[in-house]
Ligand binder design. Structure first.
Ligand code: GNR
Ligand code: NI
Length: 186
């Protein structure tokens, strides 16, 4: 197993679309394992392959309390959207930001399993929200795309500021090998 690196907004690779998985083989099985391990480590309830820089239509979800009931959705597709619901969402690719998003309350969806079975199912509540959020990732979409322009601008400014602050603090990191006791670079 392996931990994969999760891309963060505004990484353009989050905008790439995943391709349909034609062959469900051991490579896909080990990708699913690695995605689950990464999701558990990062403390998320879902993870799409797009977020770990793999452009394939596969998603993992685990809504269980004990993190022992994983769902692996291959080529997931929503066939019906019903009702509306506003929920506060977060995303491992947009750290430390949470906001309300309106989505369908009830969905019908289908997907393939690692055993190459096609499953047709219905979902409501958090599972329905999560499946919509994850399939959006496979299509290069993020939950912040649904925010008002004002909120998106605020978020962009906050992230730009974080980037500047990080660059500043990096400059102050000590490099003892090069600088001996005088290890502050301005
Ligand atoms: O961990 C996550 N929590 C969450 C909360 C509300 C709606 C969607 C999600 S998914 C998110 C993990 C993630 O980024 N998946 O892509
Ligand atoms: Ni997400």
């Amino acid at each position: 197993m392996a931990i994969l690196k999760v891309l963060h907004f505004p990484d353009e690779r989050l905008r790439l679309k995943g391709v349909t998985i034609e062959e469900i083989d051991s490579e896909i099985a080990s990708l699913a394992e690695n995605m689950l391990e990464t999701m558990y480590l990062e403390g998320g309830i879902g993870l799409a392959a797009t977020q770990v820089n793999i452009q394939k239509r596969i998603v993992v979800i685990d809504l269980s309390e004990n993190k022992d009931d994983p769902l692996i959705l291959i080529n997931p597709k929503i066939s019906k959207l019903e009702g509306k619901e506003i929920t506060q969402e977060g995303c491992l690719s947009v750290p430390e930001y949470f906001d309300n998003v309106e989505r369908a309350k009830n969905i019908e969806y289908n997907y393939e399993t690692l055993n190459k079975k096609t499953i047709v199912a219905k979902a409501e509540g958090l599972l329905a929200i999560c499946i919509q959020h994850e399939i959006d990732h496979l299509d290069g979409k993020l939950f912040i795309d649904y925010l008002s322009p004002l909120k998106r601008n605020r978020l962009r400014k906050k992230i730009n500021k974080q980037k500047i602050d990080l660059a500043r603090s990096d400059n102050f990191k000590s490099i003892p090998e090069r600088n001996g006791p005088f290890n502050k670079i301005l």
